[in-house]
Design a protein around this ligand. Structure first.
Ligand code: ZN
Length: 175
């Protein structure tokens, strides 16, 4: 693999004219908006991007981002790893008003300066790719939850079997 040191700032139009590609890793630690949704600041994102200009003259970047982040399982409230893959296909434009001119196959990306911060662009795309709610796959929550359930079931032997979602409701944080 030809991993390279990623620049902090990129010049989207210049890169597109030159047909540049970027491959490397970025730390998640500096991405404060993303951190708000995560259980841990640890981790990095693999960046694989290719800039170019299509036949209609649209300047674009396409590629993928891959990261494993820690989110809180909303069933057992323990941290769990979540794999994120974001497929990117952005068409650059100079202002919000020009976004309509970007072909539908691209997500418009407004670039008002010559240089933009790479980690901001990556962070925006990772946030869009995050699951709304993280949950362990069925029945694979932490063991303490299973123990907790077992105790509850003993007490319920003479009661009618409760809807299992009532248990979940009690475990969810009150918002
Ligand atoms: Zn869980």
């Amino acid at each position: 693999m030809s991993a390279q040191r990623l620049p902090a700032q990129i010049a989207p139009y210049k890169y597109a004219r030159q047909g540049m590609s970027l491959k490397g890793v970025l730390s998640l630690a500096g991405m404060e908006r993303l951190q708000g949704a995560l259980a841990s600041p640890e981790g990095q994102v693999e960046v694989d991007l290719e800039f170019g200009r299509d036949e209609q003259g649209t300047y674009f970047v396409r590629g993928s981002l891959q990261a494993t982040v820690e989110m809180v399982c909303q069933r057992c409230m323990e941290a769990m790893p979540v794999e994120i893959t974001a497929e990117i296909k952005l068409g650059f434009c100079g202002s919000d008003g020009m976004a309509e001119g970007i072909p539908d196959e691209y997500e418009p990306c407004v670039v008002e300066e010559e240089l933009i911060v790479l980690s901001d662009l990556v962070e925006d795309e990772l946030i869009l790719a995050l699951p709304l709610v993280a949950l362990h796959p069925d029945k694979s929550c932490q063991p303490w939850l299973e123990q907790n359930k077992a105790e509850t079931i003993e007490q319920e032997v003479t009661e009618e079997r409760k809807n299992p979602f009532d248990v979940l409701k009690d475990l969810k944080p009150q918002k």
